[in-house]
Design a protein around this ligand. Structure first.
Ligand code: CO
Length: 157
């Protein structure tokens, strides 16, 4: 499974709303191999998350690199978002060397399909909630720089 090329801003694919994946296709070989290539690509780039549009596919698929391991979310949907929000620093593999502070919900609940095609629910807070919100924004064509304050460019990366 190859390392994929990460698209960078500006690229129209990053700005498109991505389509839902047919749940019947989740266990297909194509999707499994795409998800594992995305995981490899994310780890090699030292990222905490990667969304399919970033590798050129406008489909609702995300991979996350958390302290509990790597996992894959298909068709994620928010069930609940906390009223409380907090500012925190973000960057993005598609916008290298740029950082900014984004206000995100502190706690979220979501439903998604896992790689076995099973619908699961997850509650996340703090850093994990932030990463998931950032990645779901990618599925809707939204980049963190659209929402960030105190945007900084760091050429050292
Ligand atoms: Co990003």
């Amino acid at each position: 499974m190859p390392i994929l090329k990460i698209l960078t801003q500006p690229n129209p694919i990053l700005r498109k709303k991505s389509a839902e994946i047919n749940p019947a296709a989740i266990k297909s070989r194509e999707l499994k191999s795409l998800a594992s290539s995305m995981v490899k690509t994310m780890i090699k780039a030292d990222g905490v998350g990667l969304a399919a549009p970033q590798i050129g596919k406008n489909i609702r698929l995300i991979v996350i690199n958390s302290k509990d391991g790597v996992f894959c979310l298909v068709n994620p949907k928010f069930i609940k978002k906390s009223w409380a929000r907090e500012l925190g620093q973000e960057g993005c593999l598609s916008i290298p060397g740029v950082f900014g502070e984004v206000k995100r919900h502190k706690k979220i609940s979501l439903a998604y399909y896992n790689q076995e095609g099973k619908k699961v629910k997850l509650t996340a807070e703090g850093m994990m909630a932030r990463v998931i919100q950032h990645e779901i924004d990618h599925l809707d064509g939204i980049l963190f720089i659209d929402k960030a304050v105190k945007i900084e460019k760091n050429d050292r990366q």
